[in-house]
Design a protein around this ligand. Sequence first.
Ligand code: GLU
Length: 287
Amino acid sequence: MTSVTRFAPSPNGLLHVGHALSALIAHDTARASNGRFLLRIEDIDLDRRRPEYISAIYEDLSWLGLTWEEPVLVQSEHFREYLAAADKLIAMGLLYPCFATRTEIAAAADPEQTDPDGAPRYPGLWKGASGEQIGERMAAGDTPALRLNMDAALQALRFRRGDKPLTFIEIDETGRRQTITAQPQRWGDAVIIRKDVPASYHLSVVVDDARQGVTHVTRGQDLLAATDLQRLLQELLDLPEPVYSHHRLIRWADGRKLSKSNHDMGLRALRSEGATAADIRQVIGRA
Ligand code: GLU
């Protein structure tokens, strides 16, 4: 099967060797099957996106020897499509407005219950709010986030699929395929449209993976749990199901994560110290 893969960095910092691993796996997977390698700039976080990081992404990937199809999909140019997808979920009665602040959520949440990102599980503050309560806040000029009613979403899923469990196919580095049961419920009533921008990471990813015809999502293991929620959204929105490979993460010897902000193992820094693209492949075990 020819694969369509993508590398989808967020331009809020410089790429490091962990990104190089993601990009090279996606690129090599596509090339090995005579497929297509796509690039997507995930810049819905308008406060953190910086144009110079976008040009740095293109430059660093070219230096690594990668080529990708044009045009590159830039998410901030597609808010309308994310809202259209949210509209479908609204029409199905699966989203509700939430005006709660982070502080209010943290104060009301059960400290034992966190979502897979480690954030407090949303305690349902605005679930079941009356039209009047919502109208009052709208009239005051407040913008709500839109949250997924997880119970209703799971019910809609059962209605469509009966007892057939929600699963995804995970392919490991040796090519072995495994069917994994998705557990979207552990995300609780997740934010689907943020307060500050008309999109969210999970919604934009599923809309764009479908629009770009991505057949094989390759990304780090830190996003494994995200797949649970993304599979649910794909089912609810009638989007095709890609296969997945969540690759190992590159960390410091003491287990610390590489970070963009500290320019840890930054490709630029390594390049200016004389590293070559072949050295990077060697270091990350993809020579
Ligand atoms: N934009 C995400 C990141 O930079 C990756 C999203 C994905 O691959 O699904 O971590």
